[in-house]
Design a protein around this ligand. Structure first.
Ligand code: ZN
Ligand code: ZN
Length: 669
């Protein structure tokens, strides 16, 4: 459309659209989706045209001119639709979504090649020849057929299959079919770092058609992938994390979301706080592409969608690799302690089990979802616990580095035993982290090689890969790890997994705690006893009567009961939840601003909400936090109410809340 004015989008948070004049020489060339150069602040930057129109905008002052057209590449209607949907659904501005998509600056792509058609068809033939396929079991073939039918009928498929049941082969087969039709495939995984095994496997099958995309790549490498997709010189399979949803897809035929239940699909900060799985469903709808989700432990959201007929559920019940089943044992640490059977953090039965496995030259994984040496230190004379200066949380003790450190900010102090409150040498560690577990294991098994895999030891990519390859090669006997280790590994000689102080999985006031704990247990079970070995899991707990352990012992997942409880108490997936977080260094300012929000919410159409309530850690990085939990019905009103809340609060911040920051988190995890 021709026009004299255009609205531009920049990768920054702006709650209103910026209008510019199109100078006569550029008229007709500036269209929706064009990249243009325009003055912004005191610079000339690249912006994205979202609207072209003729009526002069209602604007006081001088309207600036677009400087020039930047490149000839264009952003497609589908990409713009996705950005606009995400801003609306996740309660942020389109500029914030654009920033998530492209970073701080938009790179402008060269024009499409004119000889594309010819090239594609040539490459499609090549694709057909170079992609190898293995043989599928009867069960896999059945699931594959279901997926094909659902893709044709535009119904999302959920494949529920235990680890090792061969979901990957099905994804690859579906991907191959798309590529041979000249269409691209997006293959999403939660943690690219942990899927080197998968990358190798896909490379073997798809060769140069495989593109890997994640945020740890260099900007130049990311740009290369983006351009290759925008030009669509050849159909490709893109293996990526949630950020790959923003790639400039053209002919997208299929999206695979593996481990769809995984929490790392959710972006926690900054906005848009999107869930990669849910956004993938929308992206597939925009492109008319098929979508297949897979998990051994599907999220309650996806189970609910199957019950309500939105998704089609197919199950893979047999292990693809011939593997023995995993056995489970729950050890009551309180009772063991009373019997005098605890040695440090371990029960004697656990230590015996570890010893036996090591003797057979098998490997052991010890899991604890708490890094550092101990979560806190406490003075044994006066009971004082050292806290962070900036956050309302106790400092963690890191023994090797001899520091007390906050895990919410960068605050750290040298550790010594002198209590700052009473002056006596009374500071002692309480509770245990991965570092303490590692130390005790070295003491109990002096001849064995013990390594630790957590956020501290894997801060560099090189270390991380070395730890994993050492364990995979059998150079490490015992690996101590946090949550990070439960994802996407396949270690042939791992036969025993021990959870130390497992109850910390339930320590938060999280309504999803049981669901997450069960997912973790099943994921860990899938890591042990693969191929021809039989796995065993030991759960050390002070609360053996917890229903999750009982279910797990019986081989049940307990999700039907969990779903029923969510329904009774009105929690997701039966309602849509939005968390609104208000932050400011002054407690009074936060409280005052929250009072206004609490009065406004009913006016904006919110019937059910709680708040303001402080989160478990109510002060982080010198800011006080209060939260609202807004419950919305799963109906057509909720998008409107969300937009009203967002616009309402944004304007309140401009009017009355100088310095107050408000974060919106729809569908929080
Ligand atoms: Zn802190
Ligand atoms: Zn003291």
């Amino acid at each position: 459309m021709r026009g004299s004015y255009a609205n531009l989008l920049f990768p920054v948070k702006l709650t209103f659209e910026l209008s510019y004049r199109i100078p006569p020489p550029l008229e007709g060339k500036v269209i929706r989706g064009s990249h243009v150069l325009a003055p912004f602040g005191n610079k000339v930057v690249t912006g994205l045209v979202t609207k072209v129109f003729d009526t002069p905008p209602d604007f006081q002052g001088l309207i600036k001119d677009i400087t020039d057209i930047a490149g000839t590449g264009r952003v497609s209607e589908k990409e713009i639709a996705f950005i606009e949907w995400m801003a609306q659904y996740y309660m942020c501005t389109p500029g914030e979504v654009l920033k998530a998509a492209v970073g701080n600056s938009i790179d402008v792509t060269p024009p499409k090649r004119s000889n594309r058609k010819k090239e594609t068809s040539k490459l499609v033939n090549e694709t057909k020849n170079c992609i190898k396929t293995g043989r599928l079991t009867r069960e896999q073939t059945y699931v594959l057929d279901c997926c094909r039918k659902n893709i044709k009928a535009n119904i999302p498929t959920l494949i529920k299959g235990v680890t090792g049941s061969g979901k990957t082969e099905i994804y690859m087969e579906l991907a191959k079919e798309q590529l041979s039709q000249g269409k691209s495939v997006l293959y999403m995984v939660p943690e690219i770092a942990l899927s080197k095994q998968l990358t190798d496997r896909l490379t073997e099958h798809f060769g140069r058609h495989l593109l890997v995309f994640h945020s740890k790549m260099t900007p130049a490498a990311r740009k290369k992938v983006r351009e290759s997709i925008r030009n669509h010189q050849e159909p490709s399979i893109i293996l990526g994390l949630r950020s790959s949803l923003f790639l400039p897809f053209d002919e997208l035929g299929l999206i695979v979301v593996d481990e769809e239940h995984d929490n790392s699909y959710k972006q926690s900060d900054p906005a848009p706080r999107y869930n990669g799985r849910d956004a993938a469903l929308m992206l597939a709808r925009i492109h008319g592409a098929g979508i297949v989700l897979g998990s051994a432990t599907p999220s309650l959201e996806s189970i609910y969608n199957c019950h309500s007929g939105r998704f089609s559920l197919v199950e893979l019940n047999h292990k693809y690799h011939s593997a023995g089943t995993t056995t489970t044992e729950v050890i009551d640490t309180i009772r063991e302690g009373q019997k005098g059977s605890m040695e440090g953090l371990f029960s004697r039965r656990t230590l015996d089990a570890i010893g036996q496995r090591l003797q057979k030259n098998e490997q052991v994984l010890v899991f604890r979802n708490r890094r550092s040496y101990s979560p806190l230190v406490q003075c044994m004379y006066c009971g004082d616990i050292p806290y962070c200066n900036n956050c309302n949380v106790s400092l963690n003790y890191h023994k090797k580095r001899s520091i007390l450190k906050c895990h919410y900010c960068e605050y750290a102090i040298r550790y010594n035993t002198i209590c700052t409150k009473c002056g006596r040498p009374g500071l002692k560690e309480r509770g245990c982290g991965t570092e303490m577990i590692e130390e005790q294991l070295r003491m109990f098994f002096p001849g064995s090689k013990v390594a630790r895999f957590d956020a501290e030891t894997t801060s560099s990519k090189v270390n991380e890969e070395k730890l994993l390859s050492d364990f995979a090669a059998g150079n490490t006997d015992i690996l101590v790890g946090t949550q990070m280790i439960s994802k996407g590994f396949d270690f042939g000689r791992l036969t025993l997994i021990v959870l130390v102080q497992a109850d910390s999985m339930f320590s938060s006031d999280d309504f999803r705690a049981s669901e997450k704990a069960m997912q973790l247990l099943v994921q860990l079970a899938g890591r042990s006893g693969r191929r021809d070995t039989r796995g065993h899991i030991i759960v050390q707990t002070a609360r053996p009567d917890n229903q999750v352990y009982i279910d797990f012992l019986e081989g049940e997942d307990g999700m039907a009961r969990e779903l029923q409880e969510r329904k009774e108490f009105g929690y997701p997936p039966f309602v849509r939840l939005v968390r609104i977080s208000v932050k400011h260094p002054s407690k009074e300012r936060v409280e005052g601003f929250c009072d206004i929000i609490a009065r406004k919410l009913p006016e904006w159409g919110v019937i059910d909400f709680t708040g303001p309530v402080p989160p478990p850690v109510e002060r982080v990085k010198r800011e006080y936090i209060l939260n609202f939990w807004v419950k919305l019905k799963r109906n057509t009103d909720s998008p409107t109410i969300k937009s009203t809340i967002f616009a309402g609060i944004e304007s309140l911040v401009r009017e009355a809340g100088r310095g107050v920051s408000v974060g919106f988190d729809p569908d929080p995890l």
